[in-house]
Write a protein of this length. Structure first.
Ligand SMILES: Cc1cc2nc3c(=O)[nH]c(=O)nc-3n(C[C@H](O)[C@H](O)[C@H](O)COP(=O)(O)OP(=O)(O)OC[C@H]3O[C@@H](n4cnc5c(N)ncnc54)[C@H](O)[C@@H]3O)c2cc1C
Length: 358
């Protein structure tokens, strides 16, 4: 069986990995000259998102064994007037990019399948050569040419490496509509001396992000020296179909990036896991990802609330999160809270109004 995979990112590489575990050695095509995003940044996986399992356990269950940078034990969430601190075994921090221990390089290290670099692949030409083609391009461009695509949220991102002193197990998140709209800023430590500082501004023009970034730094009194700064655009949406004949959409290209907070690392792996089984065993891919879709739908409801909420709504939610009972329920139980969160958010925020800026 011949399988061609477009994109050597998280989804493409893990698909190749899962296929190998089933005895199929694929060809992976990558447009860049090497593996990994050009800029380094930290990503987190929250156990909250993978309940009832621990995030590493879920990867292990799929057959991927990864070494995180550290365990996430403290999450500090700030709004203009409020702050909540959550402690516990909350998840893990991973490095992304070209570093030896980045997630993509950790997966690639154990692959035998051939990766062809510097090839801007096209699914139509690969279809002539391969029995199955997997689109793992990390964006919607190719997906849009094969199926309908619904845009859910767009964001401009600015980030970089902050140099300073950091607690390796603590992540900070800032919500304030004045500089992020319905997005947020966050800091993920990459070690004791450097951290990834990122601002995600929703529904904004690319040109606006620099001003928002400056306002973010000044309002939150952040004055680390910054290196390796980057800007990027993110479009989160959903394809109408995820398998079209022998072509499969996985990872971000398959609409598996969550529209509320932009979590996509584990979803990318999971979509590739199901895709590999569909290729090898003939399972129905669309059916296999229904559970993932259900979670994405719940997170989409949260995104709708975030888009229509105000800073007062954020204050109320953070106030609610400070409640010890809520803290315990949300962070120290095994309940799949995302199934219930849209319901609770009805009480935490005002009724949705008109979507801003659209
Ligand atoms: C700044 C930022 C922070 C994030 N933080 C988090 C986080 O904290 N937690 C989390 O869970 N998720 C996070 N995410 C999301 C997560 O990174 C993505 O969901 C995940 O990387 C998606 O994997 P992918 O394989 O679909 O895409 P990518 O990892 O982007 O890989 C796509 C690959 O395809 C290649 N490619 C594209 N087109 C072609 C082509 N035509 N031919 C050949 N190759 C091609 C690209 O060069 C790239 O290597 C974050 C994303 C960003 C941008």
């Amino acid at each position: 069986m011949k399988v061609g995979i477009i994109g050597a990112g998280i989804a493409g590489l893990s698909c190749a990995h899962f296929l190998e575990r089933n005895g199929v050695f694929s060809h992976v095509y990558e447009r860049n000259h090497r593996i990994g995003n050009l800029f380094t940044y930290g990503e987190i996986v929250l156990n909250l998102m993978t309940r009832p399992y621990d995030s590493l356990e879920i990867m292990n269950r799929m057959g991927i064994s990864l070494q995180p940078l550290s365990t996430l034990k403290r999450l500090v969430i700030k709004s203009p007037k409020n702050k909540v601190e959550i402690k516990g075994k909350l998840g893990y921090i991973f490095e992304r990019g070209q570093g030896e221990n980045s997630v993509e390089n950790q997966i690639a290290k154990n692959l035998t399948s051939k990766i062809f670099f510097n090839i801007n692949a096209n699914y139509e030409s690969l279809m002539k050569e391969y029995d199955h083609v997997v689109i793992a391009t990390g964006n919607s461009m190719m997906a849009k040419s094969i199926t309908e695509w619904e845009n859910i949220v767009s964001a401009s991102i600015k980030g970089g490496i902050a140099i300073g002193n950091f607690e390796p197990d603590t992540v900070y998140v800032w919500f304030d509509r004045s500089y992020a709209n319905s997005g947020f800023g966050y800091l993920v430590p990459l070690g004791p001396k450097k951290a990834s500082l990122v601002l995600v501004v929703t529904y904004s023009l690319k040109e606006e992000v620099e001003n928002m970034w400056q306002e973010f730094l000044s309002k939150e009194k952040i004055n680390f020296s910054m290196v390796e700064t980057f800007e990027s655009e993110l479009e989160i949406g959903m394809p109408r179909h995820r398998s079209i004949g022998k072509v499969y959409l996985v990872g971000n290209a398959g609409g598996f990036l969550d529209s509320a907070f932009g979590f996509g690392l584990i979803n990318s792996m999971m979509s590739s896991f199901y895709c590999s089984f569909s290729i090898v065993k003939g399972y129905n891919y669309e059916e296999k990802v229904l559970n993932l879709q259900k979670k994405l739908n719940n997170l989409r409801k949260i995104r709708e609330r975030m888009d229509t909420g105000t800073n007062e709504d954020i204050e109320r939610l953070i106030g609610l999160m400070k409640n010890p009972l809520v803290k315990t329920l949300v962070y120290n139980t095994n309940i799949d809270i995302f199934s219930y969160l849209p319901f609770f958010m009805k009480f935490g925020t005002k009724k949705p109004g008109k979507k801003p800026g659209l």
